[in-house]
Write a protein that binds this ligand. Sequence first.
Ligand SMILES: NC(=O)C1=CN([C@@H]2O[C@H](COP(=O)(O)OP(=O)(O)OC[C@H]3O[C@@H](n4cnc5c(N)ncnc54)[C@H](O)[C@@H]3O)[C@@H](O)[C@H]2O)C=CC1
Ligand SMILES: CCCCCC(=O)CC\C=C/C=C/C=C/[C@@H](O)[C@@H](O)CCCC(=O)O
Length: 257
Amino acid sequence: MVLQGKVALITGAAQGLGKAFSQALLRRGARVVLLDMKHVEGQQTGQEMADKFGPENSTFIQCDVTAKEQLDSAFNKASSQFGGLDLVVNNAGILDEVQWERCLAVNLEAVIRGTYNGLNHMSTQNGGRGGHIINVASIAGLLSSIPAAPVYTTSKHGVVALSRCMGHAMHYKRHGVRVNALCPSFTDTDIIHVTEDSMGKDFWMVPKTVQKLGGLLPVSTVVEGFLQLVEDDTQLTGAVMRVTLAKGIDYKQYREE
Ligand SMILES: NC(=O)C1=CN([C@@H]2O[C@H](COP(=O)(O)OP(=O)(O)OC[C@H]3O[C@@H](n4cnc5c(N)ncnc54)[C@H](O)[C@@H]3O)[C@@H](O)[C@H]2O)C=CC1
Ligand SMILES: CCCCCC(=O)CC\C=C/C=C/C=C/[C@@H](O)[C@@H](O)CCCC(=O)O
């Protein structure tokens, strides 16, 4: 996808990976709608983007992705303000093994809704231009045993499965919308600063695993993978990109099913 003039909607864009993805898209001439439930941080990031790239090229909408009416309304607003959508990035996520229902609601249910909303808005069947949905999963969505984070891991496995199903050629032929999953390993953002409050007594395993892996990925490496996925012009769909310290950026290979 050539990004110049395209319209992107990104959830969880106030900080971390979502903010970095937004900035990378704006740099390439896209217009970006930033969604986040954090009002102060979101306004601040929105202002920063407006100052750097022009107020006409981005906007911040406060939105809790788990609230159906807020998410639907944010998609409608984004689409009418910028004249349709070309790219949806379902990125908002949390790590909470204590309030695990919330973890599933943010990381999985809202990504399902965001994927369906993206299809509704971009499908050529509904008068859309076609487009691309990128669901931010995690390397946790490809591993079978992360004992300290069972619900987070389950949610991310769900995101990978959803993206592979909805990225299937059958859906792509109907809608003209590609769906792919991005699976980074531990990256230098706030989500990894876990506590006993959010993870329970096994929280210490996170820094220990990071140490074992040799450190954190810089956000810039994940942005590099993200841009590769977005700018790919081979009609890649249903793909799962991994970003790890050990192997860099690559795609998980699946046998024909
Ligand atoms: N940093 C890491 O090591 C990795 C992160 N990821 C995933 O990347 C995504 C982005 O996370 P990071 O930038 O790393 O963390 P982060 O904590 O810095 O950013 C997450 C953003 O999502 C927002 N958010 C959370 N719940 C929300 C809700 N209900 N509605 C709207 N916004 C909400 C937060 O306010 C925050 O701005 C998440 O899905 C995470 O699971 C995946 C693999 C590794
Ligand atoms: C459980 C904390 C989640 C924090 C945010 C993430 O999604 C980070 C990635 C999640 C889990 C990673 C588990 C890593 C396990 C390793 O022992 C190894 O099996 C995977 C190696 C990947 C690499 O080379 O980076």
